[in-house]
Design a protein around this ligand. Sequence first.
Ligand code: ATP
Ligand code: MG
Length: 769
Amino acid sequence: MNAHESALLEDLNPPQREAVLHIGGPLLVLSGAGSGKTRVITRRVAYLVKVHEVFPWRILAVTFTNKAAREMRERLVQLLGRQANDLVVSTFHSAAAMILRREAEHVGLTRSFVIYDDGDQLNVVKRAMREAGLEQSMQPRDILSRIDQEKNAARLPEDMEVEPGDERGMLVRKVYHAYQERLRAANAVDFGDLLLLLVSLFRKRPEVLENYRRRFHHVLVDEFQDTNPVQYALLKQLAPPPSANLVVVGDDDQSIYRWRGADVDNILNFPRQYPGAKVVKLEQNYRSDRNILDAAYEVIRKNTRRMDKKLWSDRPAGQTLQLMLNRDERMEAQEVARQILALQREGFIKFSSMAVFYRVNAQSRVLEEGLRLARVPYTLVSGRSFYDRAEVRDASAYLRLMVNPRSDADLLRIINTPARGIGDTTVERVTDYANTQAKSLYEVLSEPERVPALNSTAVKRLRTFHGLLKSLHDFAQGTTDAASAVDEMLRETKLVETLVAEGSDESNTRAENLREFLGAAQEFDLNRAAAAVAAASQPREEVPPEVDAAPLSADTPPLQAFLEQISLVGDADAEVGEGRVALMTLHAAKGLEFDAVFLTGLEDGVFPHSRALKGEDPDNGEEMAEERRLCYVGFTRARKRLFVSLAQCRSLFGELRYNPPSRFLRDVPPALFGISEQDVPEPPRAVATPPRKRTWDDDDGPRIDRSYSQASDMESVSGDVRGMRVRHEQFGVGRIVATDGTGPNAKVTVEFGGAVGLKRVIARFLMPG
Ligand code: ATP
Ligand code: MG
């Protein structure tokens, strides 16, 4: 064994080593959380390059989020140095986007196509529906989600299977068809298209596919349990059964993207799709202390359809899990902040090794407030949020028009931003005319006088607007970096100036965001320049003449590359800041690890999500099984400390709810929380709840009496309650004089007597007196 070899193998256990050393052909690594699957992928890539002398450009490694891809690339740079530059390490979507751009002409696009996001997609659906006269027939959102489903399943409109008599199906197909046509006319694609168009191109043009097969001799996939059919189709094309060098790693227990079309059967059936595939199982967990691992196992083992695989660990049992019972969501946030500060003060755990998870995005607002009040530095891990801000989206729309003026959705977004006196009626007339002429809006605006029924002022304004877009487009043709394009655009459009002139705090912040956007472009240019220098100074290995080994994104112009990066920043992708606690949804937490994890909202109806509670026997439903897997993912992110918290009452989505504790808590034996039945702490009582006894009354786990979670009578204020005696924690006893509204948030006027007198209070803060 030479030095390279032993360095890459020495800290691997025998089955990990087996996976790294696997000679060729398909390989499945199937194992539980924290067992080193991701480590196997990076080591194997490094081993192929260093020991087998495989050219780096022959290797394609795909992972699930940009963040994971970045981490994997960083790790490979450590192991391989400069050679790592030639590897393709990316998400499915960015790999597909890079390839599709090279092959754009084959699918009716040009290389400057833009990538539409969710909001753009919805606009296109609406327009497609309007044109087909189908506006009233279905909700555009519903149609869009059906279209997305079809795309995830690798079906174009003509591939859709619609039963005769299925009117909604036929309608969806019709809109889907019109929607695709609109996208092509705008030289745009949506997320689903990135994969779908590539898969269908490869189906139709085997010789194009052949180029990529000749190039990529090794394909490796992390988080394979979450691939959807269109992703799997692409994998099978690039690395066809039975004998391609396809390495997939994953854990069926961590499949949490069913709602995006992921199919856990992909991993379970892999050996059937690739007969003769080698299967390696890893059983040692290196991440979590044993108490945490045991708790996670108790939760996941309740799922019936799974491969049973108990992980072992030689780590210590560690501290017990900590259960946090809170009165409401505000107290939950405060308590989380308090515990975080305590952990940090103890000096063992840094802010950057702590994370707070929640089930739905809406929970984050209150958690953020709690952390801010307690001065805990945090980053909200939802990479989109910066690019989702209205002003940043306006700026991106201009940029996209600079490279692709045909993009109608972008043009409509900014036609009157900043305000330039182009009203809705004018826009409608222009759009209608463009539809009849089958032209893009940009083309129509080059001769606005042809549009019927426009007055001369409107024509003049449209002409000026067209002039602006044209000069920006011309500028973009000649520019060699992203920042100067952004700078030119901001100056010409006066986006920043307009906001500054408004003078409010809010508009100043928005102006700052636009400057930050310019900063992002500058940073992008710097990184690109550095990568180019690194690539140029590197000796190139000999490339066989029939293989195209150029970096996939080599000839993407800088502005487009910048836009591509923006479009592909997914939900789960923000950097976890240095020295900051990470806040994120459970879905975004996949693959990550932290010393301390706070899992919030462990209440039935929040987590598991209320959707999973519907139906006859929710415990056996697919949705509940998926929630359970999500809980398993959440627990297993923690190395040393796991805090689970719940609130007795919670306002969420503008509603006040009293949810019972999560059923997942009952699966965890009390000993793992360090409690026995006698000394289970009483939860603090909600103000509005009449004192009721709660017990932990079962023998196989903490069970919390659900009665305490029922609303008090005052929660359902309705009918005539005037004269009723009530009590308020602060004001004492009084009688209701009047009510305004119904339900827990009704405003109730109460005469408290004495010095307090008449008060208007919210019903939920009252108890029957
Ligand atoms: P997940 O299922 O959550 O994605 P995983 O199986 O990909 O987890 P890794 O993230 O690769 O697991 O590894 C978990 C942790 O264990 C990491 O910190 C990794 O460095 C460490 N680890 C993995 N294998 C070993 C090993 N053989 N010796 C020491 N540490 C290891
Ligand atoms: Mg992993």
